[in-house]
Design a protein around this ligand. Sequence first.
Ligand SMILES: C[S@@+](CC[C@H](N)C(=O)[O-])C[C@H]1O[C@@H](n2cnc3c(N)ncnc32)[C@H](O)[C@@H]1O
Length: 235
Amino acid sequence: MKDLFGKAMYDFQTNNSPEDIITETSISEEDEMSVAYLFRAYDEMPKIEQKALQLVYGKILDVGCGAGSHSLSLQNDRNLDVLSIDISEKAIETCNLRGVKNAQVQNLLNLEGEKFDTILLLMNGVGIFGKLENCNTFLSKLKSLLNPGGQILLDSSDIIYMFDEDEDGGKWIPSNNDYYGELTFNISYKGEKEETFDWLYLDYNTLQNAAIANGLKCELILEGEHYDYLAKLSI
Ligand SMILES: C[S@@+](CC[C@H](N)C(=O)[O-])C[C@H]1O[C@@H](n2cnc3c(N)ncnc32)[C@H](O)[C@@H]1O
């Protein structure tokens, strides 16, 4: 990977002629994504993210922390102990420049040796699972990182609304046995194209089934304004 997402964050942070990221998915045309959005303060966050931050307790792991906005809010406004991880080196450099205290380049799947009371995965947190078939791998890893009484707070959306209705009012859904929330994502930044990657959206019921299959309780905490929701998984 060229780490274009990280490069965009780093350019924004260092004021190096930042530009917006161009995104395109398997079911949607090119669109601009605001890099500034990754630098949001608590007041600018969607309600489901604010709710997640209100619910955190204890020692926290922020998975796929990006520019570290959630970590910063917890560390600075609430004085909480947060480990922030991301596979993007430039994202972690950005976090360090912003004053995130404990940010590490780390793949969630390789994280070991520490346990947490709250694990956060926000901004379509299940996206990094990539495909439905990877849910068990990610959920069992997340479960193994929880202290007794711990919780995983994550958000996603039911993207069924993205599929057109036919004349009978039914939905057209891809029929080749793939789950409809499995997308591929392309991003470009400053004329460079990133390698295509898998990105998953999960409707709440599918998440709940996957959670139960992995011995996790699943609770719907809050629904957002656009088919999005916050869920809490616990042992
Ligand atoms: C959509 S961004 C979310 C950023 C941040 N949580 C926010 O809300 O602004 C997802 C992030 O997850 C990171 N990521 C993807 N796979 C990962 C993995 N296996 N372990 C840790 N981070 C990962 C990406 O590099 C990216 O920065």
